[in-house]
Design a protein around this ligand. Structure first.
Ligand code: MLT
Length: 241
């Protein structure tokens, strides 16, 4: 029988999976989906700020540098990690973007080392991501977490993804999938209210970024996705629709 499980943070040993759904609800995976929705062509995830700067310098053509540390854009970056901020840029004028975030891009790169198909998922593309993942026998939702530990926001989104995957047919649920699903289905409040209780949700509010949080918590609004693949020595994300 097909299966689904949830990994709550990169600190856990990663199981084998045919398809990974990498989630950093606040905000990297939501920003990545928004980037492709807005016409972005290619996104190169980098683990470190200096590595991202260096990569942009070496690439031919026009590339944006985007991302965050402590939720704010590092010095010299063109953009931060806000999905709403992307509306101010004509993405089609660029070859793509190099992106580094504290947890999200690192989780993507960690999943890449494990093999299997790697997709970016968030609340906004939850159903579309689940429809694509349903073609695979074993699916693992990989939460980026916060500083190596589980995060309420990502876990709630993982529960939403498991819920949407079950719409496509029965699956054996690992314990992680059961836990995330129970959180999502039984929380008796909206996703935005639940996520507002998370440590990172509270931090975004303190920084005046509540609009981002609310945007990230809207469900099933987008058919766009992103697929990670190796290209030469680099990993790159390409759009899926
Ligand atoms: C991360 O990767 O840690 C996040 O996306 C942080 C943020 O909200 O900017």
């Amino acid at each position: 029988m097909a299966s689904v499980d949830v990994v709550f943070s990169p600190a856990e040993p990663l199981p084998r999976a045919d398809c990974w759904l990498v989630v950093d609800l606040l905000r990297a995976s939501t920003t990545i989906v928004a980037f492709f929705e807005r016409g972005g062509r290619c996104l190169l995830p980098a683990a470190a700020v200096d590595e991202a700067r260096d990569l942009k310098r070496r690439l031919p053509g026009r590339w944006l540098l985007m991302g965050e540390r402590n939720a704010l854009p590092p010095e010299g970056f063109d953009l931060g990690n806000s999905p709403l901020e992307l509306a101010s840029v004509d993405m089609t004028a660029f070859d793509g973007a190099v992106m580094t975030t504290t947890n999200g891009t690192r989780a993507l790169l960690a999943a890449a080392e494990r093999g299997g198909e790697i997709r970016v998922a968030c609340a906004r593309n939850a159903r579309a991501a689940a429809v694509r993942a349903a073609a695979f026998r074993s699916v693992a939702v990989f939460c980026a977490g916060l500083e190596g530990r589980p995060a309420l926001d990502d876990t709630a989104c993982a529960g939403l993804l498991v819920d949407r995957l079950l719409e496509r047919g029965p699956r054996e649920l690992g314990d992680g999938a059961q836990m995330a699903l129970s959180l999502f289905r039984d929380c008796r409040c909206s996703l935005a209210d639940l996520v507002s209780m998370s440590r990172h949700g509270r931090r975004l509010k303190t920084l005046g970024l509540e609009a981002d949080l609310l945007y990230c918590c809207e469900t099933d609004r987008s058919d766009w996705g992103a697929r990670l693949e190796r290209c030469g020595g680099l990993m790159r994300l390409l759009p899926e629709r």
